[in-house]
Design a protein around this ligand. Structure first.
Ligand code: SF4
Length: 335
């Protein structure tokens, strides 16, 4: 998958080893691993919003953490602006932290309740020693608070997180992430804890900040309906693997993988009889400790056949910029 993305994952894997009880070690000597991310390759272009979509347990969050090197990969490479950052030490990563930021799901937990908003937002500036003096630091905090529409900033700077609403707290988290003008931002389910009525506002705010900076954005969500409105391209993950990847219009209007089709069929519409993912495909996502052989989706796929049980379908470009991992559509693009 050739493309000089701002951030590139090449054959990325993250396996967590499982502690076993005494009796389990007697029964088997084999080590057990959770295959959270299992050999994925993709990139995020400059200024692009890429959606990483899938059910809980699909490996989306671990992928985001790997790209930011908040977790160490088991195998594979992470390239940031062409440089391999897969094995950099914490010290070597420090200057990059300025350019790569994350916004977490829970605005109630991601902010230190004992700190004033001013200090929360100023902390990255202090760590990176960006401001020349206290006055410049205060000015930068005010400026970003204005950008996230917490006005007047002088008033919000002197409040504690518990004095703010959920939406305002997430605006603070967004301000903190953008105060250093990052070039790559990961947002992990950034609005799922918020009231439905303010989700669009916060997402639009993040998009505006990303666009102003020409930054690249990885938007992690289980909600395909939100991804559709936010993203230039969408990657669908299932059990640690990318099963479909392409431009948002292609993924939404011409999905090819049965799992993507099920996700789309389960998107809520203003209809009380709408179907959930469990109504569209049977069963739960299997355990990543012992994933099914062959195509990991075969235990739930209505089109599964013998080949699916025995052979892992490769991720293939079936039309320009549209990649799918399924034996039903495994004819590569011929040009
Ligand atoms: Fe279904 Fe087989 Fe395609 Fe997997 S490879 S999605 S089991 S048809």
């Amino acid at each position: 998958m050739e493309e000089p993305g701002v951030i590139v994952a090449e054959g990325l894997k993250k396996y967590f080893s499982l502690k076993r009880g005494f009796f389990e070690t007697l029964v088997s000597k084999k080590d057990l691993f959770v295959k959270a991310v299992d050999d994925i390759s993709f990139f995020v272009k400059k200024g692009e919003v890429l959606g990483l979509v899938g059910e809980s347990g699909s490996g989306k969050t671990t992928t985001g953490r790997l790209l930011l090197r908040l977790a160490d990969p088991t195998a594979g490479k992470i390239l940031y602006r062409g440089k391999d950052i897969s094995h950099l030490s914490a010290r070597e990563l420090k200057p990059l932290r300025r350019e790569m930021q994350i916004i977490f799901q829970d605005p109630f937990e991601s902010l230190d309740p004992r700190m004033l908003i001013k200090e929360i937002v100023a902390e990255p500036l202090r760590i990176q020693r960006v401001a020349k003096n206290e006055q410049e630091l205060t000015e930068r905090v005010k400026q970003i608070l204005r950008e996230v529409e917490l006005v007047p900033p002088e008033e919000f700077m002197l409040r504690f997180p518990h004095e703010l609403s959920g939406g305002q707290r997430q605006r603070v988290a967004v301000a903190r992430a953008f105060v250093l003008d990052p070039q790559f931002v990961v947002a992990d389910e950034p609005v799922s804890m918020l009231d439905v009525s303010i989700r669009a506002e916060i997402l639009n705010l993040m998009l505006t900040l990303v666009q102003r900076r020409g930054a690249s954005f990885l938007y992690i969500t289980h909600d395909l309906a939100l991804a559709r409105h936010m993203c230039d391209r969408i990657a669908v993950m299932y059990l640690g693997k990318i099963v479909e990847l392409g431009e948002t219009g292609l993924i939404i209007n011409q999905p090819l993988h049965p799992y993507t089709k099920a996700l789309i069929a389960a998107v809520p519409v203003p209809d009380p009889t709408h179907r959930r993912i469990g109504d569209v495909i049977s069963g739960e996502i299997p355990s990543p400790v012992n994933p099914p052989p062959g195509c990991t989706f075969h235990t739930r796929c209505p089109f599964a056949h013998s080949r699916c049980v025995n052979e892992v379908p490769p991720l293939i470009e079936v039309e320009k910029d549209h990649w799918v991992s399924c034996h039903l559509v495994d004819r590569p693009l011929t040009s």
